[in-house]
Design a protein around this ligand. Structure first.
Ligand code: DGL
Length: 259
């Protein structure tokens, strides 16, 4: 079990942000990454569709003998993690908008959440919001065009700043002092977001928490690899493989799969 891979999936390349930090933290682990490009974006899909895709990919990762699965997608986590944990017998780690840490950090008691429609509509997100942020003003904004920007490898482009400015306007106008990035794709936009918002605004995502939690779970389950050499990281996509885009994420080898 110790040498079995960790499985990670997202609708596309957003989860690569988490994967990179995971490789830094656990360099000797074998990892399998699946991008569900054939079905991106998840944010506009129904709960049932998101659940079906999440379950199909998790079962595929299980067949690859994964010892743990990271759902590196807020939309899939908030819509499907309960089902995955019921159906799949290995540990499943999800990524959710960092509402709880944001409520602790916020001084003005006004926070912004930038996420997909699927996440903002989900029961899990709304339950978390009611549980931890009932006394806080939560301004929610569906990210428009942002997943595409990252999928096209255009995080650094000038036009990205203009699209982000539109997305961030309502949050800035409402004087939030903390912005939660509730979509893994958006983490790639952090440097540009920081340029566009007033300095006092803190930007939070869940990457560090997910990576640390993964290490803790592997340790508790006694399945951390004992290898001392670099692990193998393999990439798969269900869609057309655009080599030039993957290359922008420093990924050379990607295999197409049908799930
Ligand atoms: N990266 C995903 C998330 O964290 C969703 C992107 C999409 O809409 O497919 O929510």
């Amino acid at each position: 079990m110790n040498d079995s891979p960790i499985g990670i999936f997202d609708s596309g390349l957003g989860g690569v942000y988490i994967l990179k930090k995971l490789v830094k933290k656990l360099p000797c682990e074998n990892i399998i990454y699946v991008a569900d490009h054939k079905h991106i974006p998840y944010g506009k899909r129904t709960k049932k569709e998101i659940q079906d895709r999440s379950l199909a990919i998790s079962n595929w990762l299980l067949k690859k003998k994964c010892k743990l699965i990271i759902v590196a997608c807020n939309t899939a986590t908030t819509n499907a993690i309960k089902l995955l944990r019921k159906k799949i017998e290995i540990p499943i780690i999800g990524v959710e908008p960092a509402i709880k840490p944001a409520t602790k950090k916020s001084v003005s008691k006004k926070i912004g959440v930038l996420a997909t429609q699927g996440t903002l509509k989900s029961e899990l997100f709304n339950n978390t919001k009611s549980a931890y942020a009932s006394d806080i003003d939560v301004i929610m904004q569906i990210g428009f065009g942002l997943v595409n920007i990252v999928e096209n490898g255009e995080a650094q482009k000038f036009s990205t700043e203009q699209i982000l400015t539109k997305n961030l306007k309502i949050l800035i106008d409402n004087n939030v002092d903390t912005i939660v990035l509730g979509c893994t794709h958006y983490s790639f936009l952090i440097p540009t977001i920081k340029k566009l918002v007033p300095k006092k605004i803190k930007i939070l995502d869940s990457t560090k928490a997910v990576v640390n939690h993964t290490k803790n779970v592997l340790y508790k389950e006694s399945v951390l690899t004992k290898n001392l050499w670099k692990g193998q990281v393999s990439f798969y996509s269900t869609g057309k493989i655009k080599k030039n885009i993957w290359k922008k994420f420093d990924i050379d080898n990607v295999s197409k799969i049908k799930i």
